[in-house]
Ligand binder design. Structure first.
Ligand SMILES: O=C(CO)COP(=O)(O)O
Length: 121
Protein backbone atom coordinates (compact mmCIF):
# COMPACT_ATOMS: atom_id res chain seq x y z
CA UNK A 1 0.00 0.00 0.00
CA UNK A 2 1.38 3.38 -1.02
CA UNK A 3 -0.20 5.80 1.40
CA UNK A 4 0.10 9.59 1.65
CA UNK A 5 -0.74 11.33 4.92
CA UNK A 6 -1.34 15.04 5.27
CA UNK A 7 -2.89 16.98 8.13
CA UNK A 8 -3.53 20.64 8.74
CA UNK A 9 -2.08 21.95 11.99
CA UNK A 10 -5.30 21.54 13.99
CA UNK A 11 -5.55 17.91 12.86
CA UNK A 12 -1.96 16.67 13.19
CA UNK A 13 -2.43 15.09 16.61
CA UNK A 14 -5.55 13.36 15.33
CA UNK A 15 -3.62 12.01 12.35
CA UNK A 16 -0.79 10.63 14.49
CA UNK A 17 -3.30 9.06 16.87
CA UNK A 18 -5.16 7.50 13.95
CA UNK A 19 -1.97 6.03 12.46
CA UNK A 20 -0.88 4.61 15.82
CA UNK A 21 -4.31 3.06 16.34
CA UNK A 22 -3.96 1.37 12.97
CA UNK A 23 -0.30 0.46 13.25
CA UNK A 24 -0.87 -3.19 12.32
CA UNK A 25 -2.86 -2.34 9.21
CA UNK A 26 -0.25 0.12 7.95
CA UNK A 27 2.82 -1.85 9.05
CA UNK A 28 3.77 -2.79 5.48
CA UNK A 29 2.69 0.48 3.86
CA UNK A 30 5.08 2.86 2.14
CA UNK A 31 4.04 6.12 3.73
CA UNK A 32 4.82 9.58 2.38
CA UNK A 33 3.84 12.74 4.21
CA UNK A 34 3.98 16.48 3.85
CA UNK A 35 6.89 17.85 5.87
CA UNK A 36 5.44 18.89 9.19
CA UNK A 37 2.89 16.10 9.32
CA UNK A 38 5.76 13.71 8.63
CA UNK A 39 7.84 15.15 11.47
CA UNK A 40 4.97 14.60 13.89
CA UNK A 41 4.61 11.02 12.67
CA UNK A 42 8.34 10.39 13.06
CA UNK A 43 8.31 11.71 16.61
CA UNK A 44 5.65 9.10 17.34
CA UNK A 45 7.98 6.40 16.01
CA UNK A 46 6.46 5.95 12.55
CA UNK A 47 8.59 5.48 9.45
CA UNK A 48 7.61 7.94 6.73
CA UNK A 49 9.19 9.65 3.75
CA UNK A 50 8.87 13.37 4.24
CA UNK A 51 8.22 15.69 1.31
CA UNK A 52 8.08 19.48 1.40
CA UNK A 53 5.81 21.18 3.88
CA UNK A 54 2.32 21.77 2.47
CA UNK A 55 2.59 25.53 1.98
CA UNK A 56 5.97 25.03 0.28
CA UNK A 57 4.64 22.54 -2.27
CA UNK A 58 4.19 19.25 -0.40
CA UNK A 59 0.58 18.83 -1.50
CA UNK A 60 1.68 19.51 -5.08
CA UNK A 61 4.38 16.84 -4.77
CA UNK A 62 1.80 14.32 -3.61
CA UNK A 63 -0.49 15.40 -6.45
CA UNK A 64 2.35 14.62 -8.85
CA UNK A 65 2.74 11.14 -7.36
CA UNK A 66 -0.99 10.60 -7.85
CA UNK A 67 -0.78 11.74 -11.48
CA UNK A 68 2.14 9.36 -12.05
CA UNK A 69 0.20 6.40 -10.69
CA UNK A 70 2.44 6.06 -7.63
CA UNK A 71 -0.19 6.44 -4.87
CA UNK A 72 -2.90 4.04 -3.71
CA UNK A 73 -4.56 5.95 -0.90
CA UNK A 74 -4.58 9.51 0.46
CA UNK A 75 -5.49 10.57 4.00
CA UNK A 76 -5.75 14.31 4.29
CA UNK A 77 -7.24 15.41 7.59
CA UNK A 78 -8.33 18.91 6.74
CA UNK A 79 -9.20 21.66 9.19
CA UNK A 80 -12.57 22.99 8.04
CA UNK A 81 -12.15 26.08 10.25
CA UNK A 82 -8.85 27.21 8.77
CA UNK A 83 -7.81 29.27 5.75
CA UNK A 84 -4.79 28.08 3.83
CA UNK A 85 -2.69 30.13 1.41
CA UNK A 86 -1.95 27.05 -0.65
CA UNK A 87 -5.61 26.14 -1.20
CA UNK A 88 -5.04 25.90 -4.99
CA UNK A 89 -2.53 23.09 -4.36
CA UNK A 90 -5.03 21.28 -2.16
CA UNK A 91 -7.71 21.60 -4.83
CA UNK A 92 -5.26 20.25 -7.39
CA UNK A 93 -4.53 17.23 -5.23
CA UNK A 94 -8.22 16.49 -4.74
CA UNK A 95 -8.92 16.94 -8.43
CA UNK A 96 -6.14 14.59 -9.49
CA UNK A 97 -7.38 11.96 -7.04
CA UNK A 98 -10.74 12.18 -8.82
CA UNK A 99 -9.11 12.10 -12.25
CA UNK A 100 -7.17 8.96 -11.34
CA UNK A 101 -9.81 7.39 -9.08
CA UNK A 102 -7.60 7.37 -6.00
CA UNK A 103 -9.39 6.99 -2.65
CA UNK A 104 -9.15 10.15 -0.57
CA UNK A 105 -10.31 10.47 3.04
CA UNK A 106 -10.57 13.84 4.75
CA UNK A 107 -11.33 12.66 8.27
CA UNK A 108 -10.64 9.67 10.55
CA UNK A 109 -14.05 8.05 10.00
CA UNK A 110 -13.54 7.89 6.25
CA UNK A 111 -9.93 6.83 6.57
CA UNK A 112 -10.91 4.01 8.91
CA UNK A 113 -13.46 2.66 6.44
CA UNK A 114 -10.87 2.72 3.66
CA UNK A 115 -8.29 0.93 5.78
CA UNK A 116 -10.82 -1.66 6.92
CA UNK A 117 -11.65 -2.40 3.31
CA UNK A 118 -8.07 -2.58 2.10
CA UNK A 119 -6.89 -6.06 1.13
CA UNK A 120 -4.47 -7.61 3.63
CA UNK A 121 -1.00 -7.84 2.08
O1 LIG B 1 -0.51 22.27 4.79
C1 LIG B 1 -0.63 21.08 4.72
C2 LIG B 1 -1.55 20.49 3.79
O2 LIG B 1 -2.16 21.38 2.94
C3 LIG B 1 0.15 20.18 5.57
O3 LIG B 1 1.50 20.47 5.43
P1 LIG B 1 2.47 20.15 6.64
O4 LIG B 1 2.33 18.72 6.97
O5 LIG B 1 3.85 20.48 6.15
O6 LIG B 1 2.03 21.06 7.77
Amino acid sequence: MRLAVIAHDGKKAEMVGFLLQNIERIAKADIVATGTTGSHAERAGLKVTKLLSGPMGGDAQIATLVAEGKMDLIFFFRDPQGKHPHEPDIQMLMRLCDVHNIPFATNPAGAQLLLNGWPVE
